[in-house]
Design a protein around this ligand. Structure first.
Ligand SMILES: Nc1ncnc2c1ncn2[C@@H]1O[C@H](COP(=O)(O)OP(=O)(O)OP(=O)(O)O)[C@@H](O)[C@H]1O
Ligand SMILES: [Mg+2]
Length: 212
């Protein structure tokens, strides 16, 4: 058992926390044969709705467990799941600051999705501060990027300026992410070979290396 916890957090809403949570989960199951839990701590429950749609469609949930918890409860739940699971992914709600602490404390890695936009930059610092204070490994994930946008360079400049690391994968703005999730699935189940599949697979590989 790897027994590692990844907390996905970001103050700003809609940066791709939930999208990343499910895509990484399925990538760990599919490409690395790992036993994965996703813990939803968001009262909006979008992850729960995704899982319900998924269950209705009889999708394969081998090695995939879903659980809801409060931000505090996630710390306890993740400790318990660590005993017999490889990866525990905690999806958190937006607009959290001090509330985020227990989920950050539970993490081996804090993953922070950020779209290439100054509005996202400004919203990110609080969570990075909390993660740094807790001495956690932090990785920013650039999401929903238009690959030709000049803002990608600006995003890297910003990431360097706040002395944090980013993964070297840039996730593009692709329809397959929302469309697959609407069916209770993920891009890695809907497509065999595509840019989305490639970037998610690479991201799962890089994250596993970071967790070792
Ligand atoms: N790479 C992407 N390409 C296209 N659409 C995306 C991508 N990532 C996320 N989205 C879409 O952006 C919206 C917000 O994504 P998501 O719900 O994952 O963000 P979130 O950070 O979990 O939001 P919240 O803060 O409300 O929980 C959704 O409609 C999602 O389908
Ligand atoms: Mg979400």
């Amino acid at each position: 058992m790897l027994s590692k916890v990844i907390t996905i957090a970001q103050q700003k809403g809609g940066t791709g926390k939930t999208t990343l949570a499910v895509h990484l989960a399925l990538a760990f199951v599919k490409y690395h044969n790992l036993k994965v839990v996703i813990i939803d701590t968001d009262p909006q429950g979008s992850l729960g709705k995704w899982f319900m749609v998924r269950s209705k469609k009889n999708s394969l949930n081998k090695n995939l467990t879903f659980k809801t918890a409060s931000l505090w409860g996630a710390q306890y739940e993740s400790k318990t799941f660590k005993k017999d699971h490889d990866i525990i992914i905690i999806d958190t709600p937006p607009k959290i600051e001090s509330d985020a602490r227990p989920s950050i404390e539970a993490a081996d890695l804090v993953l922070i999705p950020m779209t290439p936009s100054h509005v996202d930059f400004w919203a990110t610092e609080a969570i990075i501060e909390i993660a740094k204070k807790a001495q956690k490994k932090v990785l920013v994930q650039i999401n929903r990027a238009n690959q030709r946008s000049k803002l990608i360079n600006k995003t890297h400049e910003y990431i360097n300026s706040i002395k944090v690391s980013a993964t070297n994968i840039i996730i593009g703005n692709r329809q397959i992410y929302p469309s697959s999730m609407g069916e209770g699935k993920t891009a890695v189940e809907k497509q065999k070979k595509s840019k989305a599949v490639e970037e998610i697979k690479k991201l799962s590989e890089q994250i596993l290396l970071e967790l070792k």
